[in-house]
Design a protein around this ligand. Structure first.
Ligand code: TYD
Length: 138
């Protein structure tokens, strides 16, 4: 699985949006618009200008990344192809499947990056060296 997955397996998924005069609400529900069981949610915020995050891949983890505030770029890399996705709307999420190297960069001031993940935190699921990633993708 980790070897085969490509950047083309990482769609931007439209989430819902209920609009009213008082603002918007977006709801994410397991197996309704999220195709895996969510075991963990975390968010990145207070990211200094010019900083980048990520710089790793996962062996088994599925994630959906949402720019709940502001915006940022996500560089996806499957060892062959690269793709940059800009997220800047709270009603869209990028799904990242296992075996994809990612870097998050060019955060706007005040951006908040929410991540819904299919498992709890497990450092053993990370591939943190790009060289190791390349070897696994061969
Ligand atoms: P990391 O995933 O490397 O951050 P990013 O990809 O956003 O740059 O995680 C940063 C630190 O936070 C690292 O020490 C591991 C820790 N961490 C947890 O303890 N639990 C978690 O669920 C996550 C995502 C990170």
């Amino acid at each position: 699985m980790i070897g085969k997955n490509s950047v083309y397996d990482c769609p931007v998924i439209p989430l819902n949006k209920i609009h009213s005069r008082a603002g918007n609400i977006t709801i994410t529900e397991v197996h309704n618009n999220i195709p895996f069981d969510i075991q963990r949610v975390y968010y990145l915020y207070d990211i200094p200008g010019g900083e980048s995050r990520g710089g790793h891949a996962h062996k088994e983890l599925y994630q959906i990344i949402v720019a709940v505030g502001g915006g940022f770029d996500i560089l996806l890399d499957d060892g062959r192809n690269k793709k940059v996705v800009r997220l800047s709307r709270p009603d869209f999420g990028l799904m990242i499947v296992p075996g994809i190297w990612r870097e998050l960069m060019d955060f706007t001031s005040g951006a908040v990056c929410m991540v819904m993940a299919s498992s709890k935190y497990d450092e053993k699921d990370y591939i943190r060296e790009y060289h190791d990633f390349q070897q696994l993708k061969k």
